[in-house]
Design a protein around this ligand. Sequence first.
Ligand code: DOR
Ligand code: ZN
Length: 433
Amino acid sequence: MGAGRAEIVIAGRLFLDGAFSQASLGITDGKIVSIAKVLQGDRVLDVGDAWVLPGLVDLHVHFREPGLTHKEDFRSGTTAAAVGGVTTVLEMPNTLPPTTTPEAAIAKRERAARSALVDFGIYGGVVPGSDLAALCAQVSALKVYAGRSTGGLLLRTEGFAGVFSQPLPVPIAVHAEDEGILEEHLTDDGPSDLVSHDHSRPAEAELAAVRHILATRPRQVHIAHLSEPRTLELLASTSHTCEVTPSHLLLHTGMESLGTAAKMNPPIRSKAVRDRLWELYLQGALPIVASDHAPHAVQEKGMPFATAPSGINGVETMGPLLLHRLRHDGLDAARIIDSLTSNPAKAFGLAKGRLQVGADADILIIEPSASRTIKGSGLHGKCPQTPFEGAQGLFPSVVLVRGTTVVEGGEPVGAPGTGRFVRPSGPLGARGR
Ligand code: DOR
Ligand code: ZN
């Protein structure tokens, strides 16, 4: 925790190793260079009792570029991320073209590098016949769709063994809904509401997909957007990781009036399931939260329920919703903050998510009494629809990405091109603190 004069010093309530303590942090050349009670700096920002947190790490966003940029693009998506305190995103491969080849991955990285306000990794999509070694060399992680969803990428069960049992240099995440079970339940008319959507893509599809994956004796997998508590039992006593979304933690099918705003795959479930997932989250059994930010144009979400696309806006509201609850419901600070920062970073081997000397200076300043009402029309992505309309959110006032200010006074000020490509640099799959 060396001293010495830093370019920028931030003094406040620092979240260090799982607890808050009043201290100062020095930043030089975009890195945290010192942490001590008192520090000297060229520019000193004394934020008093305000929280100083590591930037949030979101392992699951869809920014739709290239090809679907009427829904979102790297600039709009990373602006929304920054305002919500997310300083590292991992972006999904179901774009047009999909990110299933090294060439597509390189092209996507170049576009993102020009436009992103926050650091980004990209997923390569695994399809039958994928050259995994070549793809892995250009991406930050791999994604397998075990069941159909937006974009039509699919790897059927027969293809699992050849993928999951291999040693891979990057993490592999799975959309775990078994295609066979989905086929049995999907009807020509499609679901008419949240309850029938839940029934049309039942929890059994998730359980079956995870059982099939585990049967291949996988090296290390990450289950995306877990929606069913029993899935956790299948993962117990393995080193595999999973993430849960704020949508599955906070929404349920009884909230009928949300309609298509809460339509996603895997579906949000009943209130009883939602309550159980929340309880497991508070107990630390679900240590990673990811947004599954999957925006669509408002006209698309305005279609009848059966035909409206699945996907919920979320990168901007994920942190604020949970940080508001942490502050107002007296939740365990380490559990909530780690689930948004160090735990996802650790699972994917990313050198992010902690305030420590040597780390990138990805930093949030949050005034804990400054919660405000979430309004879709005030969000910074292209889709102004959110199922969390009217909920309270605790947003950061200042966000730094490697020492560069991208949010000030809660508003985006960062330049496109600030964000850099990230890849795993550590071991994969650790479950958290
Ligand atoms: O709801 C979803 N939307 N689930 C997915 O698997 C894909 C995503 C999207 O890309 O729209
Ligand atoms: Zn997704």
